[in-house]
Write a protein that binds this ligand. Structure first.
Ligand code: CA
Length: 170
């Protein structure tokens, strides 16, 4: 498992790095938005821990750019305490979970484990509902075995109609 930690607070970055390394992950580190964007865009990571308040390029913009570029790795964002707007923007930008500062390092580890578990499930998960079949990883949809091309919105509507939206809720 290879992780990326992006946090400009050097102490915090070191603490997270140390804990994740002890937990057996291979960890790369970045300290600002540009460096982080580059790494996330070019290297294959299983998950990313991303501080939103970063110099040069803020976390939310970088996360949006990753998602637009099709980078789908789970991203755990770090937000300032009581900044609910940060969390909303982070989720809108494509975050999978968040931890508010100050946090206990154990919470980061637990949330990462959950994200990695979920991602592993998705990687092999294919959903079938009546005649409709979805490969959740590739987004490919087939009806009665025939591939159909749908936007993600159409896919949701189709699944909603055949088996209820809760079946594809993540
Ligand atoms: Ca920061």
């Amino acid at each position: 498992m290879r992780l990326l930690v992006v946090e400009d607070d050097k102490d915090l970055n070191r603490q997270i790095f140390a804990a994740l390394t002890r937990a057996g992950y291979a960890v790369d580190r970045a300290f600002d938005g540009e460096e982080r964007w580059f790494l996330g865009d070019t290297e294959p990571y299983d998950a990313v821990v991303l501080d939103l308040g970063l110099p040069k390029k803020d976390g939310t913009s970088v996360l949006s750019e990753w998602r637009r570029a099709g980078r789908a790795m789970p991203v755990l964002i770090l937000t300032a305490r009581d900044r609910w707007s940060d969390k909303v923007q982070g989720f809108d930008a494509g975050a999978d979970d968040y931890v508010a500062k100050p946090f206990h390092i154990v919470e980061i580890l637990a949330r990462l484990r959950a994200l990695l578990r979920r991602a592993a499930g998705h990687a092999t998960s294919e959903l079938s509902c009546g005649p409709v079949h979805l490969d959740a990883r590739t987004g490919r949809v087939a009806v009665n075995g025939n591939p159909v091309k749908l936007t993600s919105h159409e896919t949701v509507v189709l699944f909603d109609a055949s088996c209820g939206a809760d079946r594809i809720a993540q």
